[in-house]
Design a protein. Sequence first.
Length: 147
Amino acid sequence: MAEKILTSTNVLLIFNQRIMYRPIIYRLAGDFNIIFNVLEAKILPKQEGRIILELRGEEENLARCIEYLKKEQVQVEVLADKMHRDEDRCIHCGACTSVCRTDALAIDRATMEVIFSPEKCVACGLCIIACPVKAMSGIAIDKDIDN
């Protein structure tokens, strides 16, 4: 019997207000044999919900799971495996630190520079959106995805 190879990917799920309270995520484990870990969740009542999940399972099941989410009108964005900061572009404005929930991006109060600690980073990609000079980028290790 061949051993099943599990892969994982991080995804940002955005639920609009029409579907935010529907029981969609619970089906991932039972219907698609997916193990999921909630990395971050932000629910704004009567607006939208944003959840970052690590999905782990067989590649075929992951693909079926993502298609199911899209069919249910969930906006799905596959996130990078790790983040990279372009030191030459960074102007140390601190915008990224306001969205970083793991403190991988923090301001050094002595120098007032932004310090990036990649070992703390979960590659959620929120810093890419926040950075006004596009100094942050995502790198996919095993897929052809670049953010």
